[in-house]
Write a protein that binds this ligand. Structure first.
Ligand code: PRX
Length: 711
């Protein structure tokens, strides 16, 4: 069934003039990659049909018309395969299956290990002493630097420790950890063994963690005693204990492997440190269940510091990542080893032009797809230096990002528009205090970047010299799918610009499902052919995978986003068309919040919508009717409901506004008209459209009055 779609109005880009750039001339070879970046960051103008853009266009056409040849070239350039059984002239068998049954396979039968691609081959290729990872702890003077040789030892030790606890190829390992170096290392250790990691963002509640552990039947959970963020301590081990104690997890978890944060961040003699990584020695008290819990810091020194990597099929599962959909149940998307690794390396090198001397800082948490692809896999598969950031943009003050850029001479910086917007209000003087001259590319991800935030990022942070790459993608896509390419695609503030090579983007009429050709059009965004980085299934629910992505529009992958393609062919994402909210770049299903709310004994029915929010992009507005006739505004109840959502999902999903209402806008057939709630919440009650199917039209005035209290 297609979603009930109301297309939203696109933000209008700020039209700005810019210079045309020079690039290499096009040819019909497989695109070999990056043009010169001498002329960086042009803005789109009438003269923008320049050489570089022309070359992009011919390369793009090539990447689709000779799709297998294109991916074969990228696969052999970027990945070291243990076995690559394809005839490179015909490229037969490189991709099989399709969207109809969702049986897509890339490079089936080829073998590789993602961890050894991310670490060992760089050690073998003369990069042993290059810095692979810079860890920036919660306190700015907590810095550790790991070379590729250090990574090989540390990741091997962890892999052997996991093995000693029974982890084997194909097992699912849940990781619920703070952003300490051992988080990416544990992910890599799983990859080394062929175990499937399922990282759960450490901001999720015990309830959410428990349902994810149960859904993946993960018998091993890796955690830390505590996490630190912005000076606050988060009791992770306690949350894990609570999660495992819940009914859903009964008899599932056999081992909990626990890192002590303080012991884990002490430089151990080999590891370089810039600051003086503090270790108070005061490890917090945690409960210990001797039959189940294992102290990683005790068993690691006993491990052999080399672990042979498991050779995996390109189509073996590499990780699961849960994301919100339009039902209350989060979906466990399953990614592969070969296609995913190729796509991570390919996109980071295309979009960020990652070079060996770059310092790449993606400040996302490893618990989200951005952290998977652009903190861990993309940079390391490319032999780059990646920054792991444990803190927040506000700690100890609003200059934290820029202080970090200055200290580590970061060249490529990647964050979300919500973070940019939260910093703008502290003014231009803050970034001005720091030497930001090392920066060359600034990335944006997670939601459309509004022109005001774009402009601040470009001028105040990038000093007008950096390209801003507006990268559009999803947990499902594995990596960027629409984004500008530095030195190639002229920028337009607010637009993610043009599709990456090999990505066959189309705009569909939401009602008929027909392709809308030409420019200056609006519709829903879909993709017409498979690409290597796409998720292959929903864990244990292939039917849901088909129903969500491939059935709404037969023959196409449906993104769930609405889009406008402007007169120059540039894409502007205008928001989700399903019941998924985007709050501070986090995807939250309205149904998940609703099912949390109705767990309260006083709540009869709940409906959740988003409304525009100046920093978060979208704020959560919840409406609830009560079981008893008491509909008086009740602060205590509202507080309880907020606490309930925090407990069921996590603090980031707590509604901004909770309206207790005598009734909801129901159609005569008993469906909630969310469109009405959305419009009223956004202060657009004058644009309600047709409300003739409402069972009780008087509800509109009641709701307007209720929401009005919060404006
Ligand atoms: O609505 C789009 C929005 O974020 C959704 C994907 O969310 P998630 O799977 O959590 O991944 C976030 C990080 C990739 C998309 O369906 N989105 C992501 N990037 C952009 C965006 N919307 C507009 N512009 C972007 N650059």
């Amino acid at each position: 069934a297609r979603p009930d779609i109301t297309l939203r109005v696109a933000t209008d880009p700020t039209a700005t003039a810019g210079a045309a750039i020079a690039g290499k001339s096009g040819g019909d070879d497989v695109p070999d990659h990056m043009p010169d970046l001498e002329d960086i960051a042009p803005l789109y103008d009438a003269k923008s049909e320049n050489t570089a853009l022309k070359r992009y266009k011919s390369d793009y056409v090539f990447s689709l018309s000779k799709n297998k040849q294109y991916w074969n070239k990228r696969a052999t350039d970027l990945i070291t395969w243990d076995n690559y059984p394809f005839d490179e002239s015909s490229c037969d068998g490189i991709m099989t299956g399709g969207f109809e049954y969702g049986d897509v396979a890339w490079f089936p039968g080829a073998k590789l290990n993602v961890c050894s691609n991310a670490i060992d081959r760089h050690v073998q290729n003369g990069k042993a002493n290059d810095i692979a990872m810079i860890w920036e702890g919660d306190e700015p003077d907590q810095v550790l630097k790991f070379t590729y040789a250090d990574m090989l030892r540390k990741v091997s030790e962890i892999a052997n420790a996991l093995k000693s606890q029974g982890v084997r190829k194909g097992d699912v390992v849940t990781i619920y950890m703070p952003m300490i170096p051992q988080l990416p290392m544990t992910m890599l250790a799983c990859m080394r063994l062929g175990a499937v990691h399922s990282v759960v963002f450490a901001g999720f509640s015990s309830e959410a963690l428990s349902s994810r552990i149960a859904a993946s039947k993960s018998s091993v959970v890796v955690t830390a005693d505590v996490g630190m963020r912005g000076g606050k301590t988060i009791p992770l081990k306690k949350i894990v204990d609570d999660a495992i104690g819940k009914h859903a997890c009964k008899d599932i978890v056999k081992k909990v492997l626990v890192y002590e944060r303080e012991r884990s961040i002490v430089p151990d003699g080999n590891i370089a440190t810039d600051g003086n990584a503090k270790c108070s020695g005061n490890t917090p008290q945690i409960n210990w269940f001797p039959d189940r819990d294992v102290n990683m810091n005790d068993i690691l020194p006993k491990q052999r510091p080399y672990c042979p990597p498991e050779s995996m099929d390109a189509e073996d599962a590499s990780f699961i990542l849960y994301t919100s959909g339009s039902t209350g149940q989060p979906k466990g998307l399953v990614h592969t080893t070969g296609g995913y690794a190729l796509y991570a390396a390919h996109t980071i090198q295309t979009t960020f032009d990652l070079q060996p001397n770059d310092i790449f800082a993606c400040v996302a948490d490893c618990g989200w797809i951005t952290g998977h692809t652009y903190v861990v896999y993309g940079p390391l598969l490319s032999g780059g230096t990646t920054v792991i950031f444990e803190s927040t943009p506000m700690y100890p003050d609003a200059g934290r990002y820029w202080d970090m850029v200055q200290r580590h001479k970061i060249t490529l910086f990647y964050t979300a528009p919500t973070a940019v917007r939260s910093l703008i209000r502290f003014g231009d003087d803050i970034p001005k205090k720091y030497d930001l001259s090392s920066l060359r590319i600034l990335g944006s991800v997670g939601e459309p970047i509004n022109p005001a935030a774009w402009s601040w990022y470009y001028h105040a942070v990038g000093e007008g010299k950096c390209t801003i790459v507006d990268t559009y993608w999803q947990t499902e896509t594995g990596g960027h799918i629409i984004t500008n390419i530095p030195g190639v695609t002229p920028m337009k503030p607010g637009s993610c610009t043009l599709p990456l090579y090999g990505i066959d983007c189309i705009v569909l009429d939401p009602m008929t499902g027909k392709i809308i050709e030409g420019n200056d059009v609006e519709g829903v965004l879909a993709i017409r052919r498979p690409w290597p980085g796409m998720a292959r299934t929903c864990l244990d629910d292939h039917e849901r995978y088909l129903a969500t992505y491939f059935r709404p529009y037969k023959g196409y992958y449906f993104t769930g986003d609405a889009v406008r393609r402007d007169k120059d062919g540039y894409y502007f994402i205008t928001g989700r068309v399903d019941d998924v909210l985007n709050v501070s770049g986090h995807r939250i299903g309205t149904a998940e919040v609703e099912s949390a709310l109705v767990k309260h004994p006083s709540v009869a029915q709940a409906a959740v919508v988003g409304r525009p929010h100046v920093i978060k992009g979208e704020a959560i507005v919840a409406f609830a009717t009560l079981t008893e006739s008491n509909t008086e505004e009740d602060d205590e109840l509202v507080k309880e409901l907020r606490t309930l959502v925090r407990g069921e999902i996590g603090p980031f999903a707590a509604p901004d506004i909770i309206c207790i209402t005598p009734l909801l806008p129901m159609t005569r057939s008993g469906k909630i008209m969310r469109r009405v709630l959305r419009k009223i919440s956004a202060g657009e009650a004058d644009q309600l459209g047709d409300v003739s199917t409402l069972a009780d039209p008087s509800v509109v005035d009641t709701l307007i009055a209720l929401v009005g209290r919060y404006d």
